[in-house]
Write a protein that binds this ligand. Sequence first.
Ligand SMILES: Cc1cc2nc3c(=O)[nH]c(=O)nc-3n(C[C@H](O)[C@H](O)[C@H](O)COP(=O)(O)OP(=O)(O)OC[C@H]3O[C@@H](n4cnc5c(N)ncnc54)[C@H](O)[C@@H]3O)c2cc1C
Length: 258
Amino acid sequence: MPKTQLNVTLLSHTPDPVTAIALAGRLCYSGSGILSLREDVRGRAPQFVEKLLSLGHLSPFEHASFTFGVEGVSRALLAQITRHRIASFSVQSQRYVKQEGGNYVVPPSVAALGDAAVARFQEQMDTAWGFYQEWLAAGLPAEDARFVLPNAAETRMVFTMNARELMHFFSLRCCNRAQWEIRRLAWCMLGLVRREAPELFASAGPACVAGACSEGRMSCGKQAAVRARSDALAACAKEGADDAELLAWALAEINNDN
Ligand SMILES: Cc1cc2nc3c(=O)[nH]c(=O)nc-3n(C[C@H](O)[C@H](O)[C@H](O)COP(=O)(O)OP(=O)(O)OC[C@H]3O[C@@H](n4cnc5c(N)ncnc54)[C@H](O)[C@@H]3O)c2cc1C
């Protein structure tokens, strides 16, 4: 049974998201008509967006959406990401898609224990899929046979978040307190959207990137390292790193132990 690994693609986003947000925000404070406002914001959209961010006027950020394609993630990740209720999800069905060639995710903590540990993990996965095949062969529908599959089983999804929800998602899931797999995904997504719309996401990330840690007694105490990580990602995004380069950065950078 094959191991798999995270793959993330920014499939699409609102055209010119910075201008869309600036126009919506400007409308709130202006007596002008919408078409003349559109001319007004042209070229000055980044300044308007910065102003909105400084005021905490975040509802205009809901007018720009970003759609991601994600594969090579576990059902454990699925349970976490779908808690974000403002996002829209389409997830590969375990009812309609038989998991016969099933892939699984190996946690970095297992890989760090060495080849023997990875081989043992693989045996356990093979056993689980063996049970799955047994139930399919006995005539169970896939929707019931899947009950024996592990949390490590791969899933694929397409999801859309607006810029406001993305900022909220990054604040929770780029934080060192978040579990490694969703944290790795979140940092990769942050790189992708920073590349496309740096004006919107320059200070996005866990609270400690732009200010004080929000985690109180649970703080990881690694604010300087997290800021350095954010700066490194911003530099990659600014240089126009492609999706594969941003993914490679996230895979190398984010593990269980940071
Ligand atoms: C480190 C970490 C550990 C966690 N551990 C657990 C755990 O042990 N058990 C567990 O069950 N979950 C856990 N979670 C998940 C967490 O409780 C949230 O469900 C998840 O992070 C989604 O956050 P959210 O509700 O703010 O986001 P979203 O659903 O994306 O919502 C965004 C914001 O919209 C507003 N909003 C959305 N829906 C409503 C509503 N119905 N009413 C009012 N306001 C709303 C809120 O302001 C919310 O913050 C954990 C999350 C993290 C980051």
